[in-house]
Design a protein around this ligand. Structure first.
Ligand code: NAD
Ligand code: MG
Length: 335
């Protein structure tokens, strides 16, 4: 336990009376691990429509899988803003695609909430992964980096075994990695493309969850990253969109199967989010320049805006939430 989080009974009681005194402006019970002190200034209200960059964006392209650090503007994964309050203290998490995008935002948030975190990514993403490892360590947590290709069943099994060995257990699995390469026509989609998308987005979660299950105790959580594409597929994402429908579906099936074992399974369904996926073949340049502009929010989301959703779904306090898919699409509707 970090020293600043250690609260004596006297501190708790004196903090309690202080917060009761300010009850009219919103009291906060100072429990162990809480980051808020009674005298902390409230965060000013922030207009979400103007909080982050809006289109038009510069035309830009990177070879797949792309690096967050080379995007313009660089995405916000919560590096400077996410504040933890001990919600995942002592937990051990594996996050695939933890180097960038939503996986990175979840990794930073989990570490700041007190979890040790293992991330998987492709070897080409080492530069992004190094930054995430440094951020997890800066939060005072253990960081494990396991590069490798999830299209390989043997690697998926090894990933889980290495995570369990190096973290000393596993209680949160975030299956987040995915392949998205747009093709204007089904005629342009090769069998190799189709196979790579299915292997990454459907087979890998199957292999990883099977390998993880024997280690997951009651109270553990599995989280899948699905998409608004599951229910509202784009014309140029024939293969990708159907894998997201499959992800939403497996979340609901597995939730029913694992509820009696005390393991919760939930999904996050993002709308357009500013990540390397989109600049490395996931979207056309035309779509990229206007990215997110057609949502009611008139902008894309930033990965940090989904961090608290990944935390909420992993938090043991959300103990009755399973089989749920939580959307974050700037107003575009239900997942
Ligand atoms: P991202 O590029 O930052 O993350 C995807 C990650 O997948 C990569 O960082 C890479 O490490 C990993 N990956 C891909 N193929 C792999 C392989 N063969 N082996 C190992 N790792 C591999 O992009 P993101 O947008 O943060 O994507 C995260 C999740 O969000 C994905 O499941 C994606 O489908 C979903 N999603 C994204 C958006 C969006 O607009 N960005 C919208 C809806 C859903
Ligand atoms: Mg990446």
């Amino acid at each position: 336990m970090k020293d600043e989080n250690k609260l004596s009974r006297r501190q708790i009681i004196s903090g309690l009376s202080a917060s009761l005194a300010v009850a009219t402006v919103g009291s906060v019970l100072p429990v162990e691990g809480a980051a808020l002190s009674p005298e902390a200034a409230p965060e000013p209200l922030k207009d979400p429509t103007t909080a982050y960059p809006r289109p038009p964006f510069k035309s830009q392209t990177q070879p797949w899988p792309g690096l967050a650090s080379k995007m313009d503007p660089v995405p916000d994964h919560g590096e400077k803003s996410y504040k933890g309050s001990g919600r995942l203290k002592g937990r051990k998490a594996l996050i695939t695609g933890g180097d960038s995008g939503m996986g990175r935002a979840a990794a930073i948030a989990y570490a700041r909430e007190g979890a040790d975190v293992a991330i998987n990514y492709l070897p080409a993403e080492e530069a992004d992964a190094k930054e995430v490892v440094a951020l997890i360590k800066a939060a005072g947590q253990k960081a494990v980096a396991i590069p490798g290709d999830l299209r390989d069943e043997a690697f998926c099994k090894k990933l889980v075994e290495d995570t369990v060995r190096q973290l000393g257990g596993l209680d949160i699995v975030v299956s987040n990695a995915a392949r998205q390469q747009q093709r204007q026509s089904i005629m342009d989609l090769t069998t190799e493309d189709f196979d790579a998308t299915m292997k990454t987005n459907i087979y890998a979660p199957f292999w990883i969850i099977k390998a993880a299950l024997p280690h997951l105790k009651p109270g553990s959580a599995i989280i899948g990253t699905t998409s608004e594409q599951a229910t509202d597929p784009s014309a140029d994402l024939y293969d990708y969109a159907q894998t997201k429908a499959a992800t939403t579906n497996f979340v609901r099936s597995l939730a029913k199967q694992l509820a009696p074992k005390g393991i919760r399974v939930n999904g996050v369904a993002p709308g357009p989010i500013w990540t390397p996926l989109q600049v490395s073949g996931g979207a056309t340049q035309e779509k990229l320049q206007k990215f997110g502009g057609d949502t009611p929010m008139k902008r894309p989301g930033q990965p940090v805006e989904l961090a608290s959703i990944y935390v909420q779904l992993a938090d043991p306090q959300a103990s009755y939430a399973t089989g749920q898919v939580y959307g974050a699409s700037g107003g575009a509707g239900m997942p």
